[in-house]
Design a protein around this ligand. Sequence first.
Ligand SMILES: [Zn+2]
Length: 393
Amino acid sequence: MLFSSQELLWLLLPVAAASGWFMARREGKRKPTGLQDRFDLPEAYFRGLNFLLNEQPDKAIEVFIKVLEVNSETAETHLALGNLFRRRGEVERAIRIHQNLIARPTLDREQRSLALLELGQDYLKAGLLDRAENLFSELIENRMYSQQALRWLLHIYQQEKEWEKAIDISRRLARVTKTPMDDVIAQYYCELAEARFTAGNDTDARTYLRKAFASDSKCVRASILLGDLEASEHRDPEAIKAWKRIEEQDPLFLGEVATRIANAYRRLGDETGLYEYFDAALARQQGSGLMLVLADIIKDRDGIDAAEKFVANWLRQNPSVHGLTRLIELNMLQSEGAARDDLVMLKGIIEHLGEQRQGYACQHCGFRGNSLYWLCPGCSHWNTVKPIAEQVE
Ligand SMILES: [Zn+2]
């Protein structure tokens, strides 16, 4: 990819003007670094211009890079040029420009730091994560562009799944920006807990989950994980307790664990507890996830007719499913004695509701998908993807 001639002209014309002005001024006020500079720059500029006019922008760029003197006056243009190269995917060129910039002793501290910040991003884009990490760490040590450098470091550690380091950087970033990151830190602890749990190290997993809760008491993911961990250790009452906590943390997510809670009650043989919990939970939250589980419970306990009645009743009370309710009512009128037909239809509706329930959406960027992500694949924000509140029109 190359710059268009016009684009380059617009970028470099002011530089030429500024350089001419600078040359003239320097003669009077500062000691000249060499006679050659004064005459080389305009000449080279016109040589570059000539390449542009002959539609050889690549050669033109080479000339401009070579001859543009790096000093406090032109550093900004070099930075802009490097930035453009990187955005166009020409990372090697961007690296060359920024390295060239950093090598100049005439740059002031501010400009050198800015070039380091840019070079770090070049390395990141080139996949040279170690080098990028070193540059950003240097900036933080020098207390230059700390906030940006911390953000980029966090990006690297997240990509590398170095969660302990990500936690450390998040704490520092939260201090610098005075913006709490506790919910994100809890997610990092959950990552650690999940990895230990998968590896069979329950003790460490529990420790990390405790830290996740300490960081963010509303961390739904930690509750889900703790419930899974308890259930895997055959501690069903504790598992139920962990999953139930989600209703207070974020009721939207209760549907995620409804089946797990029901199965734990069944393993305990506690049919009464099972019915009572879901009956009460559904009265508090009108989620179809809970309704489907309760319909199943009623079917097992009181038979198919009762379950059908329960579902029809639920649909009637739910204003977003008016159409469906009506359909059921009509069908019931027509199908005298054909309870089986009703059941087939109801089953279809329940299945449809089940499918509807599976949607997730990011509240930050609008990303939609069929699985739950704690880190949005669309915008890389934590805790922004949530189950879609079901709507059947
Ligand atoms: Zn998003």
